[in-house]
Ligand binder design. Structure first.
Ligand code: SF4
Ligand code: SF4
Length: 211
């Protein structure tokens, strides 16, 4: 008898759409295409671990990582997505809380997009946040399990990471397939990365205006 495949009930990611905005913002479609490539690869990697019997510790409301990590790489296209979402996508309390946190932000203060234990810009959270997944035990306060228990941190699929980054390259004027491959192979896109903590978030708070 054929062995039954173990299933994990881990939901498949779906590409997000912002139909109206995507009509006029081609870079937004590019970013969402990149994110679904990353999410699918991450899903496959996490699912493989779950099928081995591991448990994903990351869950809604668990956010020590967002409050304490001070090195979160952000690529230029991702930054455009964050700016757009903060100005156009946020509503209600989340808008006001994030605007206040951006205005008050100082390096070392934790992520300014953390709202009530959740990511306030979840659709636009950067690749670094998507890739960071921890198994079995939630992070302790101040703990970075990458250093304390590396075996519990997901090792994202490199091909999936590369595909997601490659999908961002037209934003930098790189459209030729061979040139894209070369750019990824040489890691040149990493030269464009910034640390989320180094951004002058007060400027975004100002651009968000009054509501
Ligand atoms: S990385 Fe750690 S703190 Fe963040 S959601 Fe996962 S278990 Fe929770
Ligand atoms: S962008 Fe969202 S997921 Fe990433 S650190 Fe900030 S609050 Fe957490």
């Amino acid at each position: 008898m054929a062995k039954k495949k173990k299933s994990s009930n881990y939901p498949e990611p779906q590409r997000l759409t912002f139909p109206e905005a995507e009509k006029t913002l081609p870079w937004l479609s590019m970013l969402l295409d990149s994110y679904i490539l990353a999410d699918k690869a991450i899903h496959a990697s996490v699912d493989a671990e779950l099928k081995k019997g591991r448990r994903l510790a990351c869950a809604k409301g668990c956010s020590t990582c967002c409050a304490t990590h001070v090195t979160i790489p952000v690529y230029p296209l991702e930054l455009a997505g964050i700016y757009w979402y903060a100005m156009e996508g946020l509503t209600g309390d989340a808008f006001h809380i994030i605007q206040h946190q951006l205005a008050q932000f100082h390096p070392g203060a934790g992520c300014p997009f953390l709202v009530n234990g959740g990511c306030g810009i979840h659709p636009m959270r950067p690749l670094a946040c998507r890739h960071f997944n921890v198994f079995d035990t939630p992070c302790g306060v101040g703990e970075d399990p990458f250093f304390t228990r590396r075996k519990d941190v997901l090792t994202p699929d490199e091909k999936g990471k590369d595909k997601a980054l490659m999908a961002m390259l037209p934003y930098h004027g790189i459209t030729d397939r061979a040139e894209k491959r070369e750019t990824i192979k040489k890691g040149l896109i990493h030269n464009t990365v910034k640390n989320l903590q180094e951004i002058e978030w007060v400027k975004l708070a100002q651009r968000m205006g009054v509501r």
